[in-house]
Design a protein around this ligand. Sequence first.
Ligand code: SF4
Ligand code: SF4
Length: 284
Amino acid sequence: MDIQDIKQLRMEGFLPLKYDGYFRIRISSEAGKMTGEDIEHIAYISKEYGKGYVNFTTRLCVEIPWIKYENIEKVKEEIKNFNLLLLRPRHKFPSIISCGGKICTNGIIDTKDIGEKIFNKYKNCNLPGKIKIGIIGCPNNCLKVESEDLGIVGKRIPKIIEENCINCGLCVKSCRKNAISFSNTKLILNNSKCIDCGKCIEVCKFNGIIEEDIRVSIYVGGNILKLKDKKGRPSTLYSLEEAEKIIDRIIKYYKKHGKKKEKFNNMLDRLGMENLLKDLEGYI
Ligand code: SF4
Ligand code: SF4
């Protein structure tokens, strides 16, 4: 095995370990989702050709280490037969992470569904380099999407219906941001404190607070995306349909303006956020 062999194997997704003759591979999930069947196949490969364990990467891929050089051809065959997606350096599709989404008690949007759609739409689009996307189901933001190139946060917008409120105070107790309070018997919502988590809506059994809308915030390069709507009003909340269009536009912008092997955040640094915002004008 010479340097050229190793270079070729790297291109095929077999990354050398620091122990001579051993390699690791990474299998991609679909935005963090994997079927039981895929997991069984991965377990089989790791037991048969590795040391019987796997590592989970921060980008929600599964890594199988300790594959011997002499087993590489067999592993390639197994991966092909099991239809697993082996990550290779030339694969330039969005790297997506997401939380449990709607199955979580706090989940507002279906992060897995959104992630799968983005993954399948762009998995063959051959981007210039890496773009990291994080999708989170509620404003608790357990994935910290501000550190992603593109982040989507689910939000549930509350609306007070005064005539239904019986002043039980449950919503006030449920709000961890102290965004609701009583002024005498009138319920007041402090919009500057409210993070649109929807907990108050969930606890109210009298429709004193109802869901006005489900929206998302979008973060680009660590900053919240502020666009003007068609009437010229600034907005930081978007419908899921609007978000889909905005994400599509941002990925196309990267494909068009990113240089070969340039990461999305480096492109943003080079071209500036204002140019991207100009490109997004009129999108909502
Ligand atoms: S939980 Fe509902 S009924 Fe009770 S104070 Fe809040 S809005 Fe009013
Ligand atoms: S949506 Fe969340 S943050 Fe806003 S008032 Fe209700 S409980 Fe508080």
